[in-house]
Ligand binder design. Structure first.
Ligand code: FES
Ligand code: FES
Length: 419
């Protein structure tokens, strides 16, 4: 059976990386893994299992946990290309390993053939066993392409479906096998994403090079690498600011003032070379996220009216966000048109917001940002107190208020016309 075997833990960390011989119960150990194509660094207590590290520290909750005894197969992931039970491995055993979870198999807009087949054949009911079955069947078809249809039930018996949907699962796997006689396509969502935020629970990007002593600093001031795929959300907003362009640029020139205009954001450190550390808070209903992250001003050109910032952040629950934001200004008859063009990449539990809600949050934040820039351009000062991130209630009320404002404007024009 394919998934019952636990692979030998990979080779120890790179030469020169100090490894504790023994770790106390409260000590954390640095673990470097490549997860779904992304190099990550985690500081974890030695007792944390791989399944908990993936779910609680990287926000990859697609790996389900059932028995935590190696029986049910829900937690199956690929380690160095072979299926393994994530609940039976400690994360510290995986230093240097290449891990693929169900999130790495396909993208929502470009599913892996196995995922397509599961959907087409109704091979999931509650979906609890589905990640385990997908990863287990991927491992089977990729590593044992000569498997016959008759062998599938036994080969896949290492994963338990509580909804007893085995027949459709076997049909989906068999169909995928027949459709790809020359080999199964590789996991399709393993592009490089940089993660940041060294904390007791966070993950960091690393470039595979040995640290030179000041580990925290060398990991913090590094180039932000944006994912190569399509963004989760793309926002384009144009706002009219009733201030001349040079007043708006006085705000853009002052990074601290600019940061105060961003809803929920706070600048915590100037790291030099146009890199900044900061915090941002977002709350939507019961979901409250506090990101620590980095921002890099990659372009600041007043002459052409263009400011571009790339940023990335991670919250302690593993939600990650990266953004590529370009602000352009243009003088108008009444002031300045400010165009914001943002590409936002979300992973972890923040992605559960769904594109529509996350898009609304982002849009509302940019509108608040534009209002704050207008205030700061007028007064030369930051809005009093940090600008609050939009709440769930404000997201619901905002479209209604906009509608009322529009109606009042039209009503005003009507009365003026009659008068
Ligand atoms: S949770 Fe790992 S095998 Fe059941
Ligand atoms: S679909 Fe519900 S446990 Fe398998």
């Amino acid at each position: 059976m394919t998934v019952q075997e636990t692979p030998t833990p990979p080779e120890a960390a790179a030469p020169g990386t100090p490894r504790p011989v023994k770790a106390g119960v409260d000590d954390t150990v640095e673990v470097r893994m490549t997860v779904n194509g992304t190099p990550t660094v985690l500081d974890l207590p030695a007792r944390v299992t791989l399944s908990d590290a993936l779910r609680d520290h990287l926000g990859l909750t697609g790996t389900h946990v059932g028995c935590e005894h190696g029986v049910c197969g829900m937690c199956t992931v690929l380690i160095n290309g072979e299926a393994a039970r994530a609940c039976l491995l400690f994360a510290v055993q995986l230093d240097g390993a290449d891990v693929v979870t169900v999130e790495g198999l396909g993208r929502p807009d470009d599913l892996h053939p196995l995922q397509e087949a599961f959907g087409r054949n109704h091979a999931l009911q509650c979906g609890f066993c589905t990640p385990g079955f997908l990863m287990s069947s991927y491992d089977l078809l990729a590593n044992k392409p000569e498997v016959t249809e008759e062998e599938l039930p036994e080969e896949l018996s290492g994963v338990i479906c509580r909804c007893t949907g085995y027949r459709n699962i076997l049909t989906a796997v068999g169909e995928t096998h027949r459709a790809h006689p020359d080999g199964l396509p590789a996991p399709g969502n393993c592009g490089h994403r940089a993660l940041v935020g060294r904390s007791g629970q966070g993950g960091n990007a690393f470039d595979g090079q040995e640290d030179t002593g000041d580990t925290a600093a060398s990991l913090t001031v590094k180039e932000i690498v944006l994912p190569s795929g399509d963004p989760t959300i793309a926002v384009e907003i144009t706002t009219e600011v009733e201030q001349p362009e040079d007043k708006v640029w006085q705000v853009f020139d002052d990074v601290h003032l600019l940061a105060r205009c961003l809803p929920g954001a706070e600048l915590t450190d100037d790291l030099g070379n146009d890199h900044y550390a900061g915090r941002a808070r977002v709350s939507v209903g019961p979901i409250k996220l506090a990101f620590n992250g980095l921002a890099h001003i990659v372009e600041h050109d007043r002459a052409v009216g263009r400011l571009r910032v790339v940023a990335q952040g991670q919250d302690t629950g593993g939600a990650q966000t990266q953004a590529d934001i370009t602000l352009r200004t243009e003088a108008t008859e009444t002031g300045t048109a400010m165009h914001a063009d943002a590409k936002v990449y979300l992973t972890g539990r923040i992605a559960q917001f769904g594109r529509a809600l996350a898009g609304d949050v982002s849009r509302r934040m940019f509108e608040q940002f534009a209002d704050s820039v207008a205030q700061a351009a007028t007064s030369g000062q930051a809005p009093s107190g940090p600008v609050k991130a939009p709440s769930a209630m404000s997201l619901v009320l905002a479209p209604l208020l906009d509608r009322v404002k529009r109606l009042l404007r039209w009503g005003g024009r009507g009365r003026g016309g009659r008068g």
